[in-house]
Write a protein that binds this ligand. Structure first.
Ligand code: MN
Length: 245
């Protein structure tokens, strides 16, 4: 039998260590920084993955998304995904060299012991890195360019497309995302993923995606996910979406 289970002193120490480990993973410590401000790993090398800067001010998407939500969402939630991804890859420098798309697209090749951590935190990093760029201050309006053509040819019109994206977000039980993806065979489809799963895990390229985790809307919209989804379209950056086509 495992001595940890029978020896009360060893067991107490084990619980203490387990408790500390749990606390450490729940509240990641701020990484030490290089002179450039970039996070540093032991030995002075830069961390493989970094939090991208938000391309506008926290309050730039008001009144549709409030400044406090943006600040916590970017500086705390996204930062935690980056920190925990880097932590998971400390013993796997070869994986840490990959692009985040390749890492998540090849999630099956990630070793068992860290696969869930990479899927959740790497997916979180990838999904949010896209999310910030497809929104902008004074966004919204009717789609333009190539995305407008795809919406018309695949989903009839913008109103129908919007309803389908919103429905996919509404039907996601718990936390996840609603997406427009381009599939491997070049078709466009609306899908939803759970938690921080990325469409790249199935080889689909995300063209646009809406975060429907409560952390994305709860401070302003509480339980009214539908109101958040409707308002979100006033932030969309169609030029950025077109650049992803
Ligand atoms: Mn989020």
């Amino acid at each position: 039998m495992d001595p940890k289970q029978t020896d009360p002193i060893a067991r107490r120490d084990f619980l203490k260590v387990a408790g500390l480990a749990a606390a450490a993973s729940a509240i990641p410590l701020a990484a030490p920084r290089l002179a450039t401000g970039a996070p540093m790993q032991e030995g002075g090398k830069p961390m493989p993955f970094e939090l991208p800067k938000l391309p506008y001010a926290f309050d730039a998407l008001e009144p549709h998304i409030d400044a406090m939500t943006m600040q916590i969402h970017h500086d705390k939630h996204h930062q935690a995904y980056v920190d925990n991804l880097n932590k998971a890859l400390v013993e796997n420098p070869d994986l840490a060299k990959k692009s985040i798309e390749d890492l998540i697209g090849g999630i099956d090749k990630v070793p068992d012991g860290i696969r869930t951590a990479v899927q959740n935190n790497g997916g979180g990093h990838l999904n949010h890195s896209m999310f910030w760029t497809i929104m902008k201050p004074k966004g919204g309006g009717d789609p333009t360019g190539k995305i407008a053509d795809v919406i018309k040819s695949t989903f009839t019109d913008f109103a129908t497309f919007k309803t389908k994206i919103n429905d996919a977000g509404m039907k996601r039980f718990g936390s996840g995302w609603s997406w427009l993806v381009k599939t491997k065979d070049g078709k466009f489809d609306i899908v939803s993923t759970a938690n921080q799963d990325s469409p790249w895990m199935k080889g689909d390229k995300p063209i646009l995606g809406v975060d429907v985790w409560e952390h994305a809307y709860y401070l302003k919209y509480q339980n009214k996910r539908a109101d958040y989804l409707n308002a979100w379209w006033n932030t969309i950056n169609w030029d950025a979406v077109n650049a992803r086509m």
